[in-house]
Design a protein around this ligand. Sequence first.
Ligand code: ACM
Ligand code: ZN
Length: 685
Amino acid sequence: MRILRNLKLTLLCLFGSSALYAQQTNITPVPVDVVYVDADALDIDCALKLYVDRALSSDDAEHLVAALERGDIDFKVVKRPASRMYLNLLIDNEVSANEGYRLVVASEGVTIAASTPAGLFYGIQSLNQMAAGAETLPCVEIEDYPRFSYRGVLIDISRHFRTKEFIMRQIDMMAQMKMNRLHLHLTDAAGWRIEIDTYPALCSYAAWRTPATWKEWWYGDRKYVEEGSEGAYGGYLTKEEARELVEYASERYVTIIPEIEMPGHSDEVLAAYPHLKCTTMPEHQGDLCVGKEATFHMMQAILDEIIEIFPSEYIHIGGDEAGKSSWSECLDCQRRMRQEGLTDVDELQSYMIHRIEEYLNSKGRQIIGWDEILQGGLAPNATVMSWRGEEGGREAAAMGHNVVMSPHGYCYIDAPQDAPQTQPESIGGYLPLRKVYSYEPIPETMSEDVARYILGVQANLWAEFIFEDDHYEMMLWPRAIAVAEIGWSQPEDRCYDEFHRRALIVVERMQQAGYKPFDLKNEIGDRPESLQPVEHLAVGKSVSYIAPSFYYAPKYAAAGDATLTDGLRGTWTYADSRWQGFLGRGGVDVIIDMGEVTPIRSIAADFMQICGPGVFMPCLVEISASTDGENYEMLATIEHEVVWDELPSYKSFGWAGDAEARYIRYKAYRSSFSGFLFVDEIIVR
Ligand code: ACM
Ligand code: ZN
């Protein structure tokens, strides 16, 4: 029997057939092609005879044997390929795709062939997944290779330091999911995290603060303290530890890309070495002075040490979110701009990135930076990591620059992954596994010529609010698995329901191995109200907005004037084009025209509160009704004490009773918290 997996996948998506599930290999990310050869199976209850191709270096051979040891297959190493119960790892240049592999399970044994050691490693990952807890392996022929060469995760150890051991655990899991780039965010205002000999205060001072929690520190005085002083919170990787990490990762075919932020996000550098500040500097300004040569001396010396530790071709130089405000006042920056003929501060930033690129290129390395490095002109060989959406990525690719896609709306997994009121405080709107998985790195409108510059995709886990390691793991997994599958699998093979079924298996195995992934099995999922349209008397009725100052904000217009009576309820997030956001002093003040005098039993609308981004409940709601549009009768006055809360909440403000009305006025007042009111629908029954 030969069943092509693509056909099976289609059937699974259409019918969710459990008969078809029974024969699944359950490999994640889903392989390119799986052919079930016959109904036979290979018994793996006694040891397989492992033959490792002599063409492999002894290091690679060792790493591959170690990878097998991490799985459930029992094996012993033999000198020549066996004829029965074999497990052959073969270098075969006919398996052309870099990192690709062919895995054949026959009733006599297993062969994994690849043209690269990394390919063999990924074949082993697939085999380990098939063998997990199994006594037999189905006879299959798998051809598999990655869609993208870059499949990454960003781990932020600046906001809260994490140990080498913690990072190693995540590398292990990344490698199982065939991810190959770990972007380590090593430096940021919250702490410098890598030992640098030439500038020792980066570790003895800039790596330590006293308030451990982000908010106390960030909204407090943002001070640093000496290492070893009372209450000092922080840490850094020694060079020795960083080298161990590099080695550990490379044994799993993962490259660590170090990020050294410049010119922005460098508050901690300036705290330790204030001579790099601009001549005038506002408080809490974290940009290096680009006018001073000392800045370049220091950054280049740091990069010299970084490239000595990290063999990665790419060095991430940050480049994001520089405030640039001090540069227009600074005498040194101004002099630099005059001397170099730079017309604005964007060009000054670009000047710095160009110089740093030239420096790193001269050492045989390439730069990668956040998409702001496009501002003022992109350095000639730079790769762009597109985070503020995909626009930067598209622009860079169109100019022939390599791009890694990591748009915040899909890849910023510091956002809550389930009903936000059930999740720890975090940044951003609801970002469930399904939404991450729906991301497509190559926009439909992009031509093939441009698309070839898209190297891949990356999940970013920023850590401002993530204090505990377990919490970090919970945020990372399983959403990073979705990114792994986006990076590896073919787009036509992606099906969320099928992925979800396999993700549950991965999560369960992770739990058995002591990881703390998000408990996907008990996911609440989308806001129930948002799943289907709501029927009520006001659907499709016209809404007039009373005063211009009460109008909704253009960015959160949702469906414009139709929003509040379109029958569509919002999701957990206000950025879903269903919630309408009201800024301005007034609040919400609208009149629904029912078209004719109508008997009415209830009027209600939901509001949400997410204090972090400034979304609050109203402090007062007035609901009134009129038959003639002139004389209104107050139906309800609802007071509400708005209090700051870390967790999001959703609340209905309504009236129930008996009335007749053609016009319904719904008025919600903002509390003393400045910020938004968000409302999705005014439901009239
Ligand atoms: C970023 O999130 N500022 C890259
Ligand atoms: Zn300056």
